[in-house]
Ligand binder design. Structure first.
Ligand SMILES: Nc1ncnc2c1ncn2[C@@H]1O[C@H](COP(=O)(O)OP(=O)(O)OP(=O)(O)O)[C@@H](O)[C@H]1O
Length: 233
């Protein structure tokens, strides 16, 4: 059973089709990169995985079960970095990550250790005691990524995780995602970064912008194996 299965998923918003039907699967221990021009629907696809957007047609299965963002079982399986993280201005970087780990059941001691581990992994341990507003934009992005990595998941969903990162940090991100893939995670990444895709050696599904008028078929969506809009990773 694939960790992520997307079957004929299309989305309409405000009477307009913003995503043409798309199909793909992501197995445990693999990465799929969604690419395509601005507005082609990458974030929309990711939101159907998290439950923030309901498909107008088709269905999404996460580890064989429908998306249910209210279900603790579903939420434990899927971590996402989609949009901005609502950080507190009165909690440090370490305190945020400790709170995330504790909210998933870690003891205070384990949550503290987990926070330091993820800070070190992202090479921002020296920033542990900073408030979020005391970080540079790239450092803030690393802390945002840390909130997703500090909690359990089988499926990791990331929207343009490379944004604001310099080349060294992007390579670090690729190494971390490669480690998570080796651990067995299924990872879906929307990205504009060709270097990141290459560093991950990931399968790619390129979405084509979907004028609302086109209501059938796969449009110009291409998978790594061809032009039929299907992909597997
Ligand atoms: N809340 C909304 N209401 C109506 N249309 C929306 C809404 N959110 C997004 N869209 C439209 O859906 C389409 C796909 O947007 P989406 O954010 O998924 O694209 P994207 O591929 O992630 O783009 P980018 O590369 O710019 O991040 C766009 O045409 C966008 O204008």
């Amino acid at each position: 059973m694939p960790a992520v299965r997307v079957e004929g998923v299309s989305v309409r918003r405000g009477g307009t089709r913003v995503l043409a039907a798309v199909d793909f699967e992501v197995a445990a221990g693999s990465v799929l990169c969604l690419t395509g021009e601005n507005g082609s629907g990458k974030t929309t696809v990711l939101r159907t995985l998290t439950g923030q957007v309901s498909p107008s047609s088709g269905r999404v299965l996460i580890v064989g079960e429908p998306v249910d963002e209210r279900s603790p079982k579903f939420r434990r399986r899927l971590a996402a970095l989609l949009g901005s993280v609502p950080f507190s201005t009165t909690m440090t970087a370490r305190e945020h990550l400790t709170a995330v780990a504790a909210s998933w059941g870690a003891s205070v001691r384990d949550a503290n250790a987990s926070a330091d581990e993820v800070l070190a992994r992202l090479d921002i341990l020296d920033l542990s005691d900073r408030f979020p507003h005391e970080l540079s934009s790239g450092q803030f992005q690393l802390l945002s990524l840390a909130t997703a990595l500090a909690r359990p998941f089988e499926v990791l969903v990331l929207d343009e995780p490379e944004q604001r990162l310099d080349e060294d940090r992007r390579e670090l991100l690729a190494r971390i995602l490669t480690e998570e893939r080796a651990r067995g995670a299924a990872i879906v990444v929307a990205t504009h970064s060709r270097p990141l895709i290459d560093e991950l050696g990931a399968a790619e599904l390129r979405l084509a912008r979907s004028p609302g008028a086109r209501d059938s078929g796969m449009g110009d969506t291409r998978g790594p194996g061809g032009d039929d809009g299907r992909a597997a990773a």
